[in-house]
Structure formats: C-alpha cells, structure tokens
Design a protein around this ligand. Structure first.
Ligand code: 6PG
Length: 252
C-alpha cells in the first residue's frame, strides 16, 4: 500500500496542500477514466478545503466530469445545522455560479429518512453504485471510489465508524446506518471494505486535540474496535495523511 504523510505548519497550509493534491488527482482520474468520483468528509476540518475549491480558479478542471457523494452523513434533514450536505453546500456548492456548468460537479447527497435510516442507507448504496459504476462493472464487488476524503475524531473514529459500533464489523455492504450510543443517534456511513476499495484515501487531520488519537492510530496497538481509523488500509489504493504540526505525533 502506497502511504504518504504530508505535514504542514498550520491548518490553512494543510487545506492548500490538500486542494493542490485533489485537483491533480482529479485531473489524473479524468484523463484515465473520463470522470472522477469523490466521497466527501464531513465535520469542520475539510470546510476550508471546500471553500478553497469554491474560490480558486478552476478553469483547468471540467467539474462536470466529477461526481460527489458523501462518505458519511448525520441522520438529520438537509437544512439541519449538523448536516454534512449543508456544510458542503455553504462552503462550496452554493458559491459556484450555475451559469458556469464546467464548475458544477454532480452532487448526490444522502436522501435522509430520519425515521428509517436503514432504508436511507440501502437507497444510498444503490445511488453510489449508479453514480460511480454506471456500467455495472463491479456489480458483485465494491466499486472503487477514485478519492475518499476522511477526517479523524479525537476518539479515533473516521467517517461515522465509531468505536464499538456495529458498522465496524460490516464486510459486504457499501454504506450502512450505524447507531452511535454516545450520540444516542444514527449516523450513515461508508463501510471499511468500501473505503479500502478506493483508489485514493486522504485523511485531513489538524489540531493538538487530534494528536493522541493519531499517535495510537499510527503507532499504537492494533485494536480497530477501539481505534476504527486503523481499519483504513486501502487494498490497492494510495493512503495519504495531510497533517498540521499540532496534530502530528512525530513532531517533537
Ligand atoms: C463527520 C465526519 C467525521 C469527522 C471527524 C472529525 O460527519 O463528523 O465525517 O468523521 O471527519 O469527526 O471532525 P472534525 O473535522 O470536525 O474534527
């Protein structure tokens, strides 16, 4: 597995480095396969990256060949303050001029059904297949997402794969509803085998609060039920860690 760690002084430089890598990798994917699929991370860390994507001149990219899905979502309506879709729309998508179709990616948010998260997850699984494997080349397998962006919680969760939750054991589904006792709520998330089928997985991790979790994920005992981010080991893809110095456990 190709593994690379990129350390920057601060969160702004992490976002800038991640943006440059993302643009380059999207261009590579479009050149190779004619399009690029991206699973977006939620939370606060990637917000600046999404803002940079909205602000920078993207003439070098035909975003109409880019498909966006969500790597995980909260079980709330799209206008709820906790919605990852809302966060991405406000940071990025709503800031694109709709007259510039080349700058508009195809976004497929999770169609939330608060009272039936399992059904919403099953429907999104079909949506993911339609969006990233339109020719059905991977009907009986995990279709590879070109780029998955991930964050890391200070409890070492990633996506909505939280410690000691059922989704950690999933081996055949792409996307599931996952009950998270600490929130007494459902989340919806890509599964570990789906993440590990990706061509590129990039973590963005910033801030001193993440250092202990990163220390144990990278250097601690293998204990994925407690440290779910340890499940992320792309079978054939590249794994990159974009860190700031504060989060970097190898920073003196
Ligand atoms: C979410 C994310 C989650 C996030 C981590 C880190 O829906 O919240 O997908 O996995 O990446 O919790 O969140 P911060 O970036 O806000 O620290």
């Amino acid at each position: 597995m190709y593994h690379q760690t990129i350390v920057k002084t601060n969160a702004e430089d992490v976002a800038l480095a991640a943006k440059d890598w993302l643009i380059e990798t999207i261009q590579e994917s479009i050149a190779t396969r004619g399009f690029c699929s991206i699973a977006l991370s939620g939370g606060s860390t990637p917000k600046r990256l999404y803002q940079l994507l909205a602000e920078s001149s993207l003439e070098e990219l035909d975003w109409s060949k880019v498909t966006l899905i969500w790597g995980d979502e909260r079980n709330v309506p799209h206008d709820h303050v906790d919605s990852n879709y809302k966060m991405v729309r406000e940071a990025w998508l709503d800031r694109i001029d709709p007259r510039h179709s080349r700058q508009l990616p195809h976004a497929f948010p999770v169609q939330i059904s608060v009272n039936s998260p399992d059904r919403a997850a099953a429907e999104y699984e079909l949506q993911i297949r339609r969006a990233i494997d339109p020719k059905g080349e991977y009907t009986n397998d995990f279709p590879p997402i070109d780029i998955i962006l991930l964050g890391l919680g200070d409890d070492a969760h990633t996506a909505s794969l939280f410690p000691e939750t059922d989704a950690l054991e999933e081996t055949s589904r792409l996307f599931v509803a996952n009950y998270v006792p600490k929130f007494a709520a459902y989340r919806l998330t890509l599964t570990a085998p789906m993440i590990n089928s990706a061509r590129n997985v990039a973590f963005l991790v910033c801030g001193i609060s993440k250092r202990p979790a990163l220390e144990v994920v990278l250097h601690g005992p293998r204990y994925p039920s407690e440290y779910p981010a340890q499940l992320v080991e792309p079978k054939h893809g590249r794994l990159l860690w974009f860190l700031d110095s504060a989060a970097n456990p190898d920073q003196s």
